[in-house]
Structures are given as C-alpha cells and as structure tokens.
Design a protein around this ligand. Structure first.
Ligand code: NPW
Ligand code: K
Length: 556
C-alpha cells in the first residue's frame, strides 16, 4: 500500500523529528537525495547547465543546497531567486561552490550581471527591471533559520504584479539542461504570485528536464489542486512521505515520476490521509474460490440496467460482473436489453420486467448494480426505488445517479451505497460546477461521501474512492484510454461482483478501479476490450502473490 499525506500531517511529523536532530539535518538529507536524483536526470553532471528556481522558503533552501552539490561536481549552476527573502545557508553554500545568482525579488540584496557569459546584457536589463522591485510580501518571518530579509535596493513596486522576469532569465531557462523547481513546497498557499507564476510557466514550457522539489510549484500538496500556472515536472523528489497532491490529478499529472527520499520521518507519521493500492494489496483482497465455494458463496450480483433505448449498457454492466468472477449474475430489465443480455451472456439468470414494475422477487442477490442505461423516467424510478429498498449493498451509477440526485431520500437506507459518478454526475449531485470538481477531485469525493452518507468512487483522470473516516484511496492504474463510451458500465459490473463477493464498498470500489485500469491500460481500447481484459487483470495481480503465501490469506 502506498501512503500519502497532507501538508499539515507532514509538518507535524517533521516537527517531531526535527526536535530530536541537530538543526539543518533534515534539509541536508533532503538536499543530498535531491542532488542524487538531479545527477541521475542529467547523466553527466560536469559541464551541464542547471538553473535553480528558488523561492523564499525552505523549499528554495533544499534546491540551493542541491544546486551547491551539483556545482561542486562541475555543473554550471545558476540560481534565480524569486522571493523577497531567501534561505541564507543555501545561498551561501551555492556561492561557495561557484554557483551564480540572479535576484528577482530582492532577497540577496544584489543583482549580479550574468557571469556565465552570453546573457550579460540581458541580465543587465533584468537588473534594471529588478531595480524597480520593492518589498513584496515576504518579510522574513517564519523561516527561523538563516533567511535574509528583503527588500533589495530600489523603489517600491506594485506587490500584486511582482518583479518582472526579464529576457536574461528566459534565456537561462531556454539554455538549461536541468531546471530545479524550488519555488514553493508544502508551504505554498493559493495560486502562485508573480514572479513565481511566470517562472513556473516558463519552466513548464521550456526544453529542460524539470525536477520539482517536494511538489511541483503551483500544485496544492494536500489535495492536488491547481489554481493557476504550475510547474510540469519530469521528476518530483519528495521528502519523508508522498503528498496527496502527487497522486491525485490535476497535481499528479504535473508531478511526473515521483521519487521518495527517506529523511527518517516514518516513525512520526500519523495514519495517512490517502493511500493507493498495489498489486499485492488487491490480490490479498480479491476473493479466490476455494474447495468449499459455490455460486452463492462467490456472490450473486443483480444488475438493474438498460432500457429499450440503451441496451448496450446492460450488456456491458452484466459483462463486467461476469468477467470479474461473480458466482452468478441476475439481470432484471425490459424486453430489449433482456434479448441482448441473453444473446451475449447465456450464463446470466434473467428476470424480464414489465414497464413500471420494480424488481420484485428475483431470487437471492448479494449486491445490486443500479443505473447504467436505465433511463430517468417513471419506469426507471420504479426500478430504482425497488432496488434501493432491498437490504443488500447497492452500487448506483449513471442514470441511477440522476434519479437519486432528484430523489435524495432514496439514499437513506441501512445497507451500504456505493456511488460511481464522473465529475459531471457529481456536479449534479452536489450542485457544484463540474470544472471545480475536476480541479479538486479529492476534496469533492470526500464531500460527496460526507454529505450523502455513501461511499464515493469519483471516476476520471484520477479515480478517487472516499468513505467516511477512511483515507481517500487513489487509483494509480488508470489511463486516458479508458475515457471511452461504456467503460463506466464495465466498471460498475466489476465493482458489483466484488460487493456481492463480500468486499465492503470501499475495498470493492478501489479494487474494481484498479483492475479496470489494468484491463484498459494498453490503448486504444473499447469498452468491450476492457471487459475482455478483466480476467487477465485479475490473474495478473494474483500471480504476483506466491501461491503459498496467498492461499491461506485469500481463502474465504
Ligand atoms: N520542515 C522540514 O523539516 C523540512 C522541509 N523541507 C522543505 O521545506 C519545504 C517547506 O518549506 P517552508 O515551510 O519554508 O515553505 P515553502 O514550501 O518553501 O513555501 C514558503 C515560501 O513560498 C512562498 N509562497 C507561498 N505560497 C506562495 C504563492 N502562492 N505564490 C508565491 N509564493 C508563495 C512564501 O512566500 P511568502 O508568503 O513568505 O511571501 C515562502 O517564501 C518543504 O516543501 C520541503 O521542500 C525539507 O528540507 C525537509 C525538511
Ligand atoms: K517545488
């Protein structure tokens, strides 16, 4: 299981650890790990051109110390100081190692011309621009170790705009082999201000490999939220523990490969704010039939899906449940999808429903999948009411979500409910704009679980599973290939099979998302391809566990 934390959780753990160590130890560990990853990204350190973007906090300190290490190995390191203050120790170390500095925010009290050659005139122009800088917002408070205070020389500028980023800095970034993003780490709040925002944008657009320090600047470390320009890193070197924003989109898409540097935080970490399953976790949770198994013990799934207009959704949802290894699948629906399901899945037990009829006595079912292609009219509502009136877990998807958005009281039941919306469906359920949900996936998955009293699987660029008082589960197997019609119906069927097999909604949802992602990873894929890939995905994760250590734990 991978674990991830909010900024506050990391800070609390760091404070506890720091109290036991000489000052500067953690930053030294962080910078050493960072420099190793940077060196690996460069290949050849000697003679390479490295630009360090350093903000005014400890994130900038990490970057400057790592820059010093690279400079000591022969890299041509140039730091661009963005803040009105700077980590003094890091700056001094960089200078000692021969690194150069351009000071945009006034932190170092000087703005040298570019001694690296080639950009002197431009940097002189930067200096001229910079001489108009003022105090900015930073006032040196809160750092506690070795910061110097801005402002530099010069007259007061408009703090809302910040100092301009001149052509010299742009040229530096264009000519760099590696950019180290030490603008903002877990201390970042809100959208990046200038000149951080411009530097982040230039780094993201430029040709150099970008290594982000702790988190890509502009990404909210606790949630993955991105509210404006943000660095787009090739690698993010994160310290002590993963931050949630590195696993959840849109932040995750900005982070590139995530390298975790151990700084000794482990014993001080609380329960994680988020987690992500691995093959082994899924294999241990998945039901594996034993000698005692029969179809009922393996789980009977009921599927209430499809309509005379949408027959395919029924076929796909039923198929997801069949291929995920349900003991038995029962299908209840109108004549048209019944004919389709019967033709595709002869193993399914079918109950045709008359218009307006609820599910009635269909026989034993251990979990229901409700909603794909069901329609939203009175006939669909009758089916939804009858399914939600049962006393077994119900997964509500697609049209089922539209129905419950208009009839919230349907969700008041004692057996579990798992909802599987995409951002658009959740926007209707929570009455929040879709774009806001897409930018804050973790937050809104949690809110849905909380407000609606259900387990929520929020589908999309990163699938997130939220349940009250549990860490958010972030799925790491997803792929953009899955964004194609019908894949959601398959996912509903897979999760339904796992619910029926006895997994709680939180585990069923996260295992289903995991398998579904594996099944669809080699695109382009159709929903039918994903369906067909599910048994292979199940086998793949199970094969990762040795038969010996798996068998005892997995027998149900
Ligand atoms: N603690 C430890 O033991 C260890 C911590 N470590 C490292 O410390 C990092 C945390 O350092 P931190 O707390 O100094 O905060 P940090 O991320 O540098 O941000 C503060 C700076 O950003 C600025 N700023 C903020 N928001 C902004 C915005 N929207 N737009 C623009 N600027 C903005 C803010 O400016 P201000 O508001 O003060 O003007 C201030 O200058 C952590 O991520 C890790 O890298 C490692 O060394 C391991 C040991
Ligand atoms: K950063």
């Amino acid at each position: 299981m991978l674990t991830a934390y909010t900024s506050d959780q990391i800070r609390a753990a760091e404070a506890a650890l720091m109290a036991k160590l000489p000052e500067g130890t953690l930053m030294e560990r962080a910078a050493a790990g960072l420099a190793v990853v940077c060196a690996g990204a460069l290949g050849t350190v000697y003679g390479s051109r490295v630009v360090v973007l350093a903000g005014g906090g400890d994130n900038g300190g990490d970057a400057l110390y790592a820059g010093a290490r690279l400079a000591a190995r022969g890299a041509r390191v140039h730091a661009v100081l963005a803040g009105a203050r700077v980590h003094e120790g890091g700056l001094a170390a960089l200078r000692r190692a021969g690194g150069r500095v351009t000071d945009l925010g006034g932190a170092a009290g000087e703005t040298p011309a570019d001694p690296a050659g080639g950009g002197t005139a431009d940097l002189a122009r930067d200096s001229a621009t910079d001489s108009a800088r003022g105090s900015g917002k930073g006032s040196g408070q809160g750092l506690g170790k070795g910061s110097v205070q801005g402002p530099g020389k010069g007259s007061v500028r408009d703090p809302a705009k910040g100092p301009a980023v001149g052509a010299g800095v742009r040229r530096l970034l264009d000519g760099a082999d590696l950019v180290v993003d030490g603008l903002v780490g877990i201390g970042g709040t809100g959208a990046l201000r200038e000149p951080y925002a411009t530097l982040a944008r230039l780094a993201a657009e430029g040709p150099a490999t970008v290594v982000a320090v702790d988190v890509p600047s502009g990404v909210d470390a606790s949630t993955g939220r991105v509210d404006g320009p943000a660095v787009r890193a090739d690698v993010t070197v994160t310290f002590g523990a993963r931050k949630i924003g590195l696993l959840a989109d849109p932040g995750a898409a900005r982070a590139g490969r995530v390298e975790l540097v151990d700084i000794g935080l482990g014993p001080y970490l609380p329960d994680p704010g988020a987690s992500a399953l691995t093959d082994a976790d899924v294999a241990l949770m998945l039901p594996r039939p034993g000698v005692e198994s029969d179809k009922y013990r393996r789980g009977v799934v009921g599927v209430a899906a499809g309509s005379h207009r949408y027959t395919g959704a029924a076929v796909l949802a039923v198929g997801g449940a069949v291929r995920a290894g349900a003991g038995m699948v029962r299908y209840a629906g109108p004549a048209e999808p019944v004919a389709q399901v019967r033709a595709r899945w002869p193993e399914v037990v079918i109950t045709p429903l008359e218009p307006g009829e609820g599910i009635g006595e269909v026989g034993r079912v251990q979990a229901w999948v409700l909603g794909p292609g069901l329609g939203t009219g009175p006939e669909a509502l009758a089916v939804a009411r009858s399914v939600l009136a049962s006393d077994v877990p119900v997964l509500v998807d697609a049209d089922g979500l539209t129905l419950v958005a208009e009839n919230r009281s349907l969700l008041r039941r004692s057996a579990p409910v798992l909802i599987t919306p995409h951002a658009g469906e959740l926007s209707r359920l929570l009455d929040v704009p879709r774009s806001r949900i897409e930018a804050r996936r973790v937050e809104y998955a949690r809110r849905a679980a909380d407000e609606l009293g259900v387990t929520t699987l929020l589908k999309g660029s990163t699938t997130v599973v939220a349940e009250d008082e549990r860490p958010v589960r972030i799925n790491l197997t997803g792929s953009s290939w899955l964004a194609t019609a019908g894949t959601g119906d398959v996912l509903a069927g897979v999760a339904g099979a796992l619910l029926a097999a006895g997994l709680g909604p939180y585990d069923a949802a996260s295992c289903a998302a995991y398998l579904h992602g594996l099944a669809g990873r080699n695109g382009p894929v159709s929903a039918w391809d994903v369906l067909s890939g599910v048994p292979g995905a199940v086998r793949e994760v199970m094969d990762r566990l040795g038969e010996d250590d798996g068998a005892a734990k997995l027998e149900r």
